[in-house]
Design a protein around this ligand. Structure first.
Ligand code: GLY
Length: 357
């Protein structure tokens, strides 16, 4: 078992990574004494695939447990789902000695974390991510929230879990597109923070795509280590944490302009290549390095081109209204080298046009 730590003083928590960990969650929770009983929250698909397994693991450890579900998909990441679940918790008599288990991908983690933060003004929760994207990114760092019609993640708060349990073997059950979604975030860490990791990814592309257990576990652990370091340095995204948004500003515009038909990770892949074009245009990043990033993404089978049918003008509007834009000015994370980036809002419209071409 690999054990990492997110060092946030009184809110510090472990990230445990192990093959087959899903079956041992009950034992781990018993050891850690986070809550007296647990309510697992999962979407209908994840509940069917993994819910029974986790319930059994807690029952084997003599921990009282219930399972609540919501309909799968980003469309259900909203206040109505939070209210429905909160009322179910109340009907089950859940109190402050009880805890929640966020089982699933980013949507489940965001909803459950938010619910834990506001139910009875805060109860503990743990993350059990079952997608690569959630394992390497969204389950660590305490971002929680839901969407409203005016925008994604516009309602939410920072609320850290008490532990993150990662079972890398569950990834073998993921549809390939879901794996690709996570791989874009994996490549992101190499470009923004760690050139050696970038080279490791390039050298191990086949083993990663084949989900070789030792390599996958090493990749997940490395991403979580970087995420933990960034969150420790800047929990509330005042500065350094913004680098995790590399490729995301343009990526969100691609996602939104496609009516969310292009999944988050695919859009981020396109967004990373597009901002690299801006960085090259500003003379900050060597063309040869931008080519290597593009080749790594393509090697994983990720898209690298803004689809021709997306409305460029609409994308530029989305950039202005992105929640991270200040006074209508988007900021961009631009690479200087592989492993080093700069945060800037000084990007001419002509460069944005070239990046979206
Ligand atoms: N996914 C970006 C962050 O956690 O800050």
């Amino acid at each position: 078992m690999k054990q990492l730590q997110v060092g946030l003083e009184d809110r510090a928590y472990p990230i445990l990574i192990k093959e087959g960990l899903l079956a041992e969650i009950g034992k781990e929770l018993k050891l850690r004494q986070i809550a007296k009983r647990y309510i697992i929250i999962a979407d209908d698909n994840v509940a069917e695939r993994f819910g029974g397994h986790v319930v059994e693991s807690l029952r084997n450890a003599d921990i009282p447990v219930d399972l609540l579900t919501f309909g799968h998909g980003e469309a259900n990441k909203n206040m109505a789902t939070v209210e429905k679940l909160a009322r179910e918790l109340a009907r089950l008599g859940v109190d402050r000695q009880d805890g929640l288990i966020a089982l699933g991908g980013g949507v489940s983690g965001d909803i459950t974390g938010f619910l834990a933060a506001i139910y009875m003004r805060g109860i503990p929760f743990v993350q059990v991510p079952t997608t690569l994207l959630a394992q390497v990114d969204s389950s660590v760092g305490g971002k929680t929230g839901v969407d409203i019609p005016e925008g994604k993640n516009l309602v939410g708060c920072f609320y850290q879990p008490k532990a993150v349990f990662v079972d890398s073997t569950v990834l073998t059950e993921l549809p390939h597109a879901e794996l690709l979604n996570g791989l874009a975030e994996v490549v992101k860490y190499g470009v923004i923070y760690d050139a050696d990791f970038f080279h490791f990814l390039a050298a191990n592309q086949k083993s990663i795509l084949a989900l070789e257990p030792a390599v996958v576990e090493a990749v997940v652990a490395h991403c979580c280590t970087i995420k933990a370091q960034v969150v420790e340095a800047d929990e509330r995204e005042a500065d350094l944490r913004r680098i995790l948004n590399y490729g995301h500003t343009l990526g969100h515009a691609v996602e939104a302009a496609s009516n969310f038909e292009i999944a988050h990770g695919m859009a981020v892949s396109i967004g990373m290549v597009a901002v690299n074009t801006i960085a090259v245009g500003k003379g900050l990043f060597a063309e040869e390095k931008a080519r290597r990033v593009k080749e790594l993404l393509q090697g994983f089978g990720l898209p690298v081109q803004v689809p021709a049918d997306l409305d460029r003008q609409q994308m530029k509007e989305f950039l202005k209204t992105d929640k991270k834009s200040v006074a209508g000015k988007p900021f961009f994370i631009l690479p200087l080298q592989i492993g080093k980036v700069v945060i800037t809002d000084e990007v001419d419209e002509a460069l944005i046009d070239a990046a979206l071409a």
